[in-house]
Ligand binder design. Structure first.
Ligand code: SF4
Length: 200
């Protein structure tokens, strides 16, 4: 029986060495690549080979979990893209180190865009940071699926340090309060804005 495995690299970035190693693994186990929302999928491999393939992944490449912070995508941001209004890498590195892979009641996707063109589709992520000329705008509770919805804007003009504090509060709050299979947007409706009245 065929199966697949989804791979995550540093906020969706794979080094050349990691890519070469992943290509070799796909070749070795007879798979193909597909790009999916949560990462890079090697598909068409035999089910009995899956664990072995995972054990051979290069350093820094992990498999994607289903319930937890399972998707982190950042665009290249200011300094690497002519449209960028905010740098994205420092915030993305921080989120990766501190929160990627944490267990939560349901999936939690995070998107970081350097400007409002929003290449990473951040507005439909559970947590979205979108660069503007005055700082990051924060939107929470976006989702795709059966009832697609854009996130609700909870803060504007955040510095990178303020964005780090906000993501810490939001992920902790979700991990502590989310009920089974409850996405962050539903939790926001049930409990209200956890940033209300806080000075970031
Ligand atoms: S979201 Fe903006 S800054 Fe990021 S890649 Fe797209 S155009 Fe460039």
């Amino acid at each position: 029986m065929k199966t697949s495995v989804i791979l995550h690299g540093l906020h969706n970035e794979f080094s050349l060495e990691q890519m070469k190693a992943c290509i070799e693994l796909a070749e070795k186990y007879g798979g193909l690549f597909r790009h999916v929302v949560t990462g890079l999928q090697i598909t068409g491999i035999e089910k009995e080979d899956k664990e072995q393939l995972i054990s051979e992944l290069p350093e820094g490449v992990t498999t994607v979990i289903h319930r937890g912070v399972n998707s982190l995508i950042a665009c290249v941001g200011k300094g690497h893209c002519k449209n960028g209004q905010m740098e994205t890498q420092e915030l993305a590195d921080y989120v990766e180190r501190k929160h990627y892979g944490r267990k939560t009641s349901h999936k939690c996707k995070i998107g970081i865009s350097g400007c409002g063109r929003n290449c990473p589709d951040a507005m439909v992520k559970d947590i979205a940071f979108i660069g503007t000329s005055h700082g990051f705008m924060l939107a929470v509770g976006g989702t795709t699926g059966i009832k697609p919805e854009a996130g609700k804007i909870l803060a504007r003009n955040l510095s990178v340090e303020q964005a780090k504090k906000a993501v810490d509060i939001l992920v902790d709050w979700y991990a502590e309060n989310g009920e089974p299979r409850e996405r962050m947007g539903k939790l926001l409706v049930r409990l209200g804005n956890p940033l209300e009245g806080l000075k970031l």
